[in-house]
Write a protein that binds this ligand. Structure first.
Ligand SMILES: Nc1nc2c(ncn2[C@@H]2O[C@H](COP(=O)(O)OP(=O)(O)O)[C@@H](O)[C@H]2O)c(=O)[nH]1
Ligand SMILES: [Mg+2]
Ligand SMILES: [Zn+2]
Length: 293
């Protein structure tokens, strides 16, 4: 028996990698009975037969599990939003952040394509950068042709399993290519990548980059809040979570309630108005969700 990590899955075959090498493995029927399917990212015990064909025998318990894309044991998400093409939106960024926070993964924010922004736009982006840094987020303004930026990104990767989240066309693959040119990932021009369904990266694979594993498959391809309850939403806005106990009422939703610490913080400009507005919009979205049976 050997231990390894599944780094790729394709029609019932799993590529398992460890310090000895990379092996093509099958999952034996046991998993079907137990209703667990091996996932990319899983640590597994496997056996090789005389023909060097591998069989997965055991799956170690998972720290977490992403559904779309299906990856286990992710511990970091880099969310990429472009400065331009498509235009930067704090609302979309906050949506990604909430989804990442909701599965307990550490987010890193990259604002890409900053070479396309003019002076005024850059000034605004620097302001946003300060705002998010104040909340405690790691955030960088980057562009694919800046060598220093590639170095910055490279340093986030060692010993982590990282998913890259972000709309198509924001430059995810381009940034990874900048970090490691030999990857040679496909990039697409914006006009075609903005259309739906034209994903160049469909299968799930973890790429070995600078001592870490990275999924170029866009993380969080479903951007709805189906799995989030309204009572939890505050916890996914760290600056609100931090002070929610100071609200007068337990279970305060920071909406119409009096003596709300969150609303006070917004008035005192310790919480940005736009983040608070996004909180309220997301809350409305969750509240108006159709109940599922
Ligand atoms: N000017 C500029 N264009 C970029 C940058 N990064 C990506 N692009 C372009 O944006 C388009 C989409 O990039 P791609 O990496 O495929 O985005 P992905 O869909 O997020 O993987 C391509 O035409 C890239 O050349 C950048 O930093 N600056
Ligand atoms: Mg891509
Ligand atoms: Zn409150």
């Amino acid at each position: 028996m050997q231990e390894g990590r599944i780094i790729k899955s394709l029609s019932g075959f799993y590529t398992v990698s460890n310090q000895n090498g990379t092996y093509e493995c099958k999952g034996r029927g046991v998993f079907r009975k137990r209703k667990v399917t091996p996932l990319v990212g899983d640590i597994v015990q496997f056996e090789l037969d005389e023909n060097e064909e591998g069989y997965i025998k055991e799956i170690e318990s998972r720290k977490n599990e992403l559904v779309r894309p299906p990856i286990a044991n992710v511990n970091q998400a880099i969310t990429v939003s472009s400065a331009k093409e498509p235009d930067f939106s704090t609302k979309l960024l906050d949506r990604f952040l909430v989804l990442i926070e909701s599965i307990g993964i550490q987010p890193i924010i990259l604002i890409s394509k900053t070479d396309l922004a003019n002076e005024e736009e850059l000034y605004k982006l620097e302001k946003f950068k300060k705002d998010y840094r104040n909340i405690g987020y790691e955030i960088q303004l980057v562009s694919k042709n800046n060598v220093e930026d590639a170095k910055l990104i490279r340093d986030y990767l060692p010993n982590q399993i990282t998913v890259i989240a972000g709309q198509s066309g924001v430059g995810k693959s381009s940034l990874l290519n900048a970090v490691l040119p030999s990857l040679n990932l496909k990039t697409s021009d914006v006009s075609s990548s903005l259309g739906r369904g034209k994903h160049t990266t469909r299968h799930v694979e973890l790429l070995n980059i600078n001592g870490g594993l990275v999924a170029d498959t866009p993380g969080f391809s479903s951007l709805n809040f189906d799995k989030i309850e309204q009572e939890e939403l505050t916890d996914f806005f760290p600056e609100m979570k931090e002070i929610k106990n100071q609200c007068k009422f337990r279970g305060c939703m920071h909406d119409k309630e009096p003596k709300c610490a969150v609303k006070q913080a917004v008035e005192q400009e310790n919480i940005t108005t736009y983040r608070y507005e996004h909180y309220l919009e997301f809350l409305t979205e969750i509240r108006s969700r159709k109940p599922r049976y």
